[in-house]
Design a protein around this ligand. Structure first.
Ligand SMILES: Cc1cc2nc3c(=O)[nH]c(=O)nc-3n(C[C@H](O)[C@H](O)[C@H](O)COP(=O)(O)O)c2cc1C
Ligand code: SF4
Length: 393
């Protein structure tokens, strides 16, 4: 565990200079050796995404940095952009060389508008230093620049195809896939969408070496990960861990040894009870885009689910029925439980509805919104079943 982030050891421009000295194929090979999976939540292999965009044909290609960061409990991208913006722009520039893109766009969460002036100043300095613009980073014929575009506070716009719709000036609604953005993205052009942290690690990989990154973490989840840790703990904040760290070790680091549960992955993640604190934060076990919310012994888990379900009812874009109607029904069910008016039979129906939403919703929002409800019913049955209609609790 470290509170001093590796990003603080990386010189600005270092990763780009190393990458720019080689060819596109060298960059793609380095990313393959590094073996990094995306840090935004879904864990898609970065080298595969970049290779697909590099192979796509088309006159313009785009690199989009997803800085929407709307998952409850996640604030690590805000820290990266506040303190290490250069290495994020370095990562975007490296991706642009790799795929042959001329334009980068940073899609910034609406609530982070206070960062805009500082980020624009960093971009202006990079232009003066020859890292953006014509023959950027000293590469003959590589003309690349970055714009910043503001989001407007909709959680669903963090989903990459809704984000692209929003960039195009449309309602932020997820698209059908395929086609995928690497082929048909912003304005119908090949587009790489990567998370802020993913791009920052890409710059570190070129500054410190692919083997360094690949040697950390587990076999299936290599490298380091930032976690935003909040809730019932003595020392909340942004921490850096190798992937594969146990939940127990994370809790010790933040002063939360006597917790009752941890929500890993934000509102759409999983609620892990104390008896499973030996589980690992890794793509092969408990995956997360970076949010860890700690619940102390006194938390009412039904309150926790109520809070998350209200969020999803608010944030569902309403495009597909399982998510639009399902989240309303789950919230209503949680409120019936709290009032002692939900029967065991109806609770079972709600669980079955949640499982249907996981497979029938169109995008990740509706596919993951029942997770907290289902995991709390499964792991905290003593708290939940005692509140069903007719029970003696
Ligand atoms: C509802 C929803 C919200 C999302 N919000 C974000 C977000 O704020 N930031 C992010 O990087 N990815 C978010 N994602 C994941 C993106 O769709 C996409 O997978 C990610 O930006 C890809 O980057 P990566 O491969 O570097 O992880 C969200 C997905 C869903 C379904
Ligand atoms: S799952 Fe929800 S957020 Fe996603 S498209 Fe359907 S209604 Fe919209």
């Amino acid at each position: 565990m470290s509170t001093e982030l590796t990003f603080s050891q990386i010189e600005k421009y270092a990763g780009v200079k190393t990458a720019a000295a080689g060819g596109r194929a060298d960059i793609l090979a380095t990313m393959k050796t590094a073996g990094m999976r995306g840090r935004g939540g879904a864990g898609f292999p970065v080298s595969v995404k970049w290779n697909l965009a590099a192979a796509a044909t088309g006159p313009d290609k785009f690199i989009v940095c997803n800085a929407d960061e709307g998952e409850p409990g996640t604030f690590k991208d805000r820290l990266i952009l506040s303190e290490y913006a250069d290495i994020v722009f370095d990562g975007m520039t490296i991706a642009a060389i790799a795929v042959g893109a001329a334009k980068g766009i940073l899609y910034l969460r609406g609530e982070y508008v206070y960062l805009l002036n500082d980020l624009e100043a960093v971009l202006a300095r990079r232009r003066e230093d020859g890292m953006l613009g014509q023959n950027a980073a000293g590469r003959e014929g590589f003309d690349f620049d970055i714009d910043i575009r503001m989001g407007s506070g909709a959680y669903v716009c963090g989903e990459e195809t809704a984000l692209i719709e929003s960039l195009e000036g449309n309602r932020g609604e997820p698209r059908n896939r395929p086609p995928f953005p690497v082929d048909t993205g912003y304005r119908g052009r090949p587009t790489v969408v990567n998370n802020v942290e993913t791009l920052a690690w890409a710059a570190c990989i070129f500054a410190k070496g692919a083997e360094w990154f690949n040697g950390l973490g587990t076999e299936k989840s290599v490298g380091l990960k930032l976690l935003s840790i909040s809730g019932d703990c003595a020392n909340p904040g942004v921490y850096e861990f190798p992937l594969g760290v146990s939940i127990a070790d994370v809790l010790t680091a933040v002063g939360a040894e006597n917790s009752k549960a941890v929500q890993v992955g934000g509102a759409s993640g999983l609620c892990i009870p104390a008896c499973q604190f030996d589980r690992k934060i890794a793509f092969e076990d408990v995956a997360t885009g970076g949010s860890v919310i700690v619940f102390g012994a006194d938390r009412d888990m039904l309150d926790v689910v109520d809070n998350f379900m209200e969020f999803f009812v608010e944030e569902s874009c309403g495009q597909c029925t399982p998510c639009r109607e399902g989240n309303e029904k789950l919230l209503e069910g949680v409120q019936m439980l709290a009032a002692g008016k939900c029967s065991m039979k109806y609770l079972k129906e709600l669980c079955s509805l949640g499982k249907t939403m996981q497979v029938a919703s169109k995008c990740g929002l509706g596919q993951s919104s029942p997770n907290a409800f289902l995991s709390v019913v499964e792991h905290f049955s003593d708290e939940i079943l005692g509140r069903t209609e007719g029970s003696n609790a």
